[in-house]
Design a protein around this ligand. Structure first.
Ligand SMILES: [Zn+2]
Length: 126
């Protein structure tokens, strides 16, 4: 884990200006917390990041994150990003996005499970 952290830190040093968020994101990436679910044959992708409270759904292309920090701080312009989105950027840069393949028929079940998790986490951050 320590060796993983060092490897990730050295390859993603341009993100270190985010300070404590960077440290948290490095931990997340080093422990394999960034997952991309690829649904086939449609090619639809859903990216989730394992956070301290549970899984969060992110959409790096918008960018969007389902966490409370993103909702309260980032989308209102107070902060540039949350550590989940930062984790994704670091994982993409260092080739550590964990890609899982599913069939399109599983999409509905997957989405309802993940949305339930997200809502639970959101209720905790209240
Ligand atoms: Zn977030």
């Amino acid at each position: 884990m320590e060796a993983e952290r060092k490897a990730v830190t050295s390859r993603a040093s341009e993100f270190s200006r985010y300070g404590p968020k960077f440290e948290k994101a490095v931990d997340t990436v080093a422990s394999g917390g960034v997952k991309e679910c690829l649904f086939l044959p449609s090619g639809r992708r859903v990216v989730s990041v394992v956070g301290t409270l549970g899984d969060e759904l992110i959409d790096p292309s918008r960018p969007y994150c389902s966490c409370g920090n993103f909702f309260f701080r980032v989308s209102h312009g107070g902060e540039e990003t949350c550590y989940h989105l930062l984790s994704f950027m670091i994982a993409a840069k260092t080739g550590r996005v964990d890609i899982l393949e599913f069939s399109d028929e599983e999409f509905g079940d997957y989405l309802s499970a993940v949305v339930r998790d997200v809502l639970e986490v959101f209720a905790k951050t209240g």
